[in-house]
Design a protein. Structure first.
Length: 150
């Protein structure tokens, strides 16, 4: 559906304004598409992001700075997200003996199992969402978004 119809607007000031609002609208739309799936597993999109970051560490521990630095949503509270995941048994936090301020975080087997279970569902979601554009168009969109961010 066209953005004009979604937002009930007849005209935008400029093409850039239309593109800007379209990016924001689409980002929230994409988030909504996946939130239902995450809700059924009692995790948030940000918690899913933390789990993927930790899996990418391939068994090496991460600290809160590394997690925050790699988060898609930079405003997320990594400390709170990690604690919620720890309470669910998806991650483990260990305080360093030599430096009590240093906390090492790793994904647990239960966390890895969750990601494995979610992976085919996320692939299906991605396929459903991307059904209206070609690989070439997706590549072009990616390049344009990279260019926009400079």
């Amino acid at each position: 559906m066209k953005l004009e119809d979604e937002l009930k607007m007849e005209k935008f000031r400029t093409e850039f304004q239309r593109a800007f609002l379209n990016i924001i609208f689409t980002a929230y739309w994409l988030e909504d598409q996946n939130n239902e799936l995450f809700k059924s597993y009692d995790i948030s999109m940000q918690q899913y992001n933390v789990l993927r970051i930790l899996r990418g560490q391939k068994g090496k521990p991460a600290n809160l700075f590394l997690i925050q630095d790699r988060m898609i949503h930079k405003m997320s509270n990594a400390t709170r997200l990690v604690e919620k995941l720890r309470l669910k048994g998806y991650v483990k936090r260990v305080t360093c003996e030599e430096n009590r301020r240093k906390v090492e975080i790793t994904i647990t087997d239960k966390g890895l199992q969750l990601l494995e279970e979610l992976e085919p569902k996320m692939k299906k979601s991605e396929a459903d969402i991307s059904a209206n554009i070609t690989d070439k168009e997706a590549a072009q969109l990616g390049r344009l978004l990279d260019k926009l961010r400079g």
